[in-house]
Design a protein around this ligand. Structure first.
Ligand code: NAP
Length: 248
């Protein structure tokens, strides 16, 4: 199996896209640290994985708080050994008219969606560098390509993550550790269902007339996590059903 012997961490893996990525990585042989703010949801993901014969550990952690990230990484290492694949997936996506975004909300969105991925990456990068092999996959957003109404804070956070992906890809290009991003566009998850968008009506405006699935996101991540993607870094695989065809 392509990911046999690897230890992967997926943040926000108690729901939606993160859960699908964790299940796919486990199916491909990785032992998976299922990190989520919601411990019960993380346990449910682990049950899905172990019922299917895979290996996973649920860890309750706020993936934007350094001490919790460190504790989560230590638990994961103790169970499965050094971490060599990280998917920064945890995120929040509020809708707020720009003039109503106060400092506290701005800071919260940037902390969870941008500082969190930075802290998780900093925590696990040294062991990837030591191994001479690693994969960091950042779940950005198609909104960095299109903008998104009443999401000035959110699009800024994901645009920052896009920049971080490219900067680190370059800085560590010769190390064996790659940094890539997968911007989802309209993937059917609890987050999408909780948004103000009418999923069925909006789907009819899309080129494929349907939302995407977590499994379709997970397939792109599985490729980027594999040895096959060893010469791919700083790149974007847009999983959006042909919605946007520009770069970035
Ligand atoms: P989701 O269903 O809401 O899942 C996100 C998971 O992350 C939830 O379990 C959530 O827990 C958890 N989480 C939130 N903040 C966290 C934190 N600080 N630490 C640890 N876990 C945290 O969302 P999704 O649709 O799968 O989205 C996954 C990623 O894709 C996000 O980064 C999102 O911005 C991005 N994205 C999704 C779409 C889409 O169409 N679905 C489009 C563009 C980008 P709680 O439920 O307890 O908050």
């Amino acid at each position: 199996m392509p990911l046999s012997g690897k230890t992967a961490v997926v943040t926000g893996a108690g729901s939606g896209i993160g859960r699908a990525i964790a299940e796919r990585f486990a199916k491909e042989g990785a032992a998976v640290g299922v990190w989520d703010l919601n411990g019960d949801a993380a346990e449910e993901t682990v049950k899905l994985i172990t019922d299917a014969g895979g290996k996973a550990l649920a860890v309750t952690a706020d993936c934007s708080v350094e001490a919790e990230i460190k504790a989560a990484a230590d638990k994961t290492r103790a169970a499965f050994g050094p971490i060599s694949i990280l998917v920064n997936n945890a995120g929040i996506a509020p809708f707020t008219p720009y003039l109503d975004i106060d400092e506290e909300l701005w800071d919260r969105v940037i902390r969870i969606n941008l500082k969190g991925p930075h802290l998780c990456t900093r925590e696990v990068l040294p062991e990837m560098l030591e191994a001479g092999w690693g994969r960091v996959i950042n779940i950005t957003s198609s909104s960095t390509q299109s903008g998104s109404f009443a999401q000035g804070h959110y699009v800024s956070s994901k645009g920052g993550l896009l920049g971080m992906t490219k900067a680190l890809a370059l800085e560590f290009a010769a190390s064996g550790v790659t940094f890539n991003m997968v911007p989802p566009g309209f993937i059917d998850t609890p987050m999408l269902r909780a948004s103000p968008v009418d999923v069925e009506a909006y789907s009819q405006t899309l080129p494929m007339k349907r939302p995407g699935t977590g499994q379709e996101m997970a397939a792109a991540c599985a490729y980027l996590a594999s040895d096959d993607a060893g010469y791919v870094t700083g790149q974007t695989i847009s999983v959006n059903g042909g919605r946007y065809m520009g770069s970035a």
